[in-house]
Design a protein around this ligand. Sequence first.
Ligand code: UT7
Length: 330
Amino acid sequence: MDSKRIVSIIGTGSYVPERVLTNQDLEKIVDTSDEWIFSRTGMRERHIAAPEQAASDLGTEAAKKALEDAGVDAEEIDLLIVATLSPDMFFPSTACFVQEKIGAKNAYCYDLGAACSGFLYALETARAQIACGAVETALVIGSEKMSTFLDWEDRTTCILFGDGAGAAVLRSGGEGRGVMESVMGSDGSLAHLLSTPGGGSRNPMTHEMLDQGMQYLQMQGREVFKHAVKRMTDAVLSALEKNGLSTDEIKCFIPHQANIRIIDAISKKLGVGDRMYVNVEKYANTSSAALAIALDEAVKDGTIQKGDLVVLTVFGGGFTWGANVLEWGK
Ligand code: UT7
């Protein structure tokens, strides 16, 4: 078996729930303003899932679109990974729920936990399994119902996130270089800066834990900001070096959509001007879904064309981060 097979993304899809929550809406919920949110984050609005929608429902919608885009039947999928920090439940995996909903009965399925970096981690995991010949076709999904895990009384976090999902179908073969090897990293010593500390085996689900609000996402924003800029910039440069490429050769950079000021800082450090893809104003930070949604939009709006070189980069809780390069072959 060839250990270096080309792996291509052959279809993408994304989904955001119908309900839109604007900055003006947030002004009625917490002590904030459209001016503060937009100037500090670049966000205007975000989408919020309906009460009956869970992460697997959002992921299923994105997956169906990606499969249609790829022209692939669900039964052709060998591997199905859902990256999420807001799973339907602890177990079974959200991936198994998606499997059932789309009819991917020949796939083996699991969730991947790398917070906001999850989609790129999942992409790399699928790429490696296809490249070594273990599987032929993979469906990778980033899906989040962040709104469940936000403290809607905490203005420092609740304004920042939104719900949504994105998906990609990967397969061996294709023209060009396809999805190239990623550069990934983690630093568990900084886990405390961005986490949802309650509800797991460390701080079990007790009335006391709930009273303390430990079931909600907590973040030390300024610290996270600094690390996000440095780690994504360094990861992009390493990924380019690993693949013998320079920033000038890249048509489009798609970073994690957490804050326009983070994206601008990376853009400045890399000297890539307006080649950074940005949609944070429409969706806010959808965690592991953000990169997947942005990739799908960049393909569908024509920003990415056949033969273009594209860089993806992420940063999230853990800390976790990564970057890769792909040659768009569709
Ligand atoms: O997806 C994982 C990666 N996540 C990120 O990368 C997020 C990284 N962090 C950030 O994007 C930014 O740090 C934030 C957007 C979270 C915060 O922006 P900041 O410029 O770092 O603001 P800050 O936390 O330093 O707060 C400045 C002021 C504070 O008031 P004082 O202490 O200066 O009086 C806050 O209390 O802004 C206040 N503030 C707000 N004011 C109005 C914080 N949140 C709000 C708010 N509305 N929503």
